[in-house]
Design a protein around this ligand. Structure first.
Ligand SMILES: C[S@@+](CC[C@H](N)C(=O)[O-])C[C@H]1O[C@@H](n2cnc3c(N)ncnc32)[C@H](O)[C@@H]1O
Length: 286
């Protein structure tokens, strides 16, 4: 146990956890790349490294998400610091980023609002891809906002203003070209909350304010967004796998036009949105 090689430590852990998880945990303990593990499989771990790896393996066996154990996660090709104060960014949320980027031609200044920014995954990715955008990122959790600020520093982003607020609080009179959001949309008591990573993620990110059908935050955002959008501005948001019809209905009833919904890679409708008011700008397309 005290003088394990990299290969022996990995083989031992693989008896309890997935191969990829074992590799990522050991990379994190040793602060090395995957290639290093392969090239130095006979390298001996110190007793402290072996002990840290064993403890992380045990926590993984208990179900703790890899991103919380190693403290980071890739999103849209960027590396984000992740703590248990924030939702772990999901691949399906990259679809929301894709759609937002389609609305903003490169080299075009615009204002974007990201509601419920968490780690800053959406706002900071948009900022990296559209450096001329002026972005406001809001979260009601001080701990989440702190993580987003650290990520802004890590990613060298200086066009995102991260504020701690309750949705549109403090933004009266401000107008945005695009509002994006991945709000809490899991219904209280949803059985998925007792499964997988969701067991460890903040309730504030999953269910807070989402109500009994999971749609209350989305209702609030759709109802308020027109007051904060320029004429012809766009609202885009992520929703649950079974919420697309309800979301489209809410958008239509609130006066949004050109309502769209897009599916994730699994073919599940995940993002919906629309434009509000007249459409004076040639550049904003939907
Ligand atoms: C589903 S997470 C999304 C995090 C991040 N945008 C992402 O996609 O990975 C929802 C976020 O909304 C925040 N939130 C919940 N209620 C809020 C409120 N009333 N005002 C602002 N943010 C809120 C949570 O703290 C959480 O960070």
């Amino acid at each position: 146990m005290l003088h394990l090689t990299i290969l022996q430590a990995l083989n031992q852990a693989r008896q309890d956890i997935e191969d990829t998880d074992a590799r990522m945990l050991l990379q994190s303990v040793l602060n090395v790349s995957h290639a290093y593990l392969i090239a130095h499989s006979e390298h001996q771990l110190t007793p402290e490294q072996a002990q840290s790896f064993r403890l992380l393996t045990i926590r993984r066996v208990r179900g703790e998400p890899i991103a919380y154990l190693i403290g980071h996660r890739e999103f849209y090709g960027l590396d984000f610091k992740i703590t248990p104060a924030v939702l772990i960014p999901r691949p399906e949320t990259e679809l929301l980023v894709d759609l937002a980027l389609e609305q903003i031609p490169p080299g075009h200044p615009c204002r974007i609002l990201d509601l419920g920014t968490g780690s800053g995954a959406i706002a900071l990715t948009l900022a990296r891809h559209r450096p001329l955008a002026d972005i406001v990122a809001v979260d009601c959790s001080a701990d989440a906002a702190a993580v987003a600020r650290i990520n802004a520093g890590r990613l060298n982003v200086n066009n995102v203003h991260i504020i701690e607020a309750d949705w549109f609080e403090g933004l009266l009179g401000e107008r945005f070209d695009i509002i994006v959001s991945n709000p809490p949309y899991v219904a209280r008591g949803d059985p998925h909350l007792a499964q997988g990573d969701l067991r460890f993620e903040p309730r504030m990110a999953l269910t807070e304010g989402a109500g009994s059908d999971g749609l209350d935050c989305i209702r609030l955002i759709i109802a308020a967004a027109p007051c904060y959008l320029i004429a012809g501005g766009t609202l885009l948001f992520e929703h649950g796998y079974d919420q697309v019809e309800a979301c489209r209905d809410l958008l239509g009833k609130a006066g949004f036009r050109k309502v769209i919904s897009r599916c994730d890679l699994a073919g599940i409708p995940r993002v919906s949105g629309g434009r509000f008011g007249s459409f004076p700008r040639e550049t904003a397309r939907m």
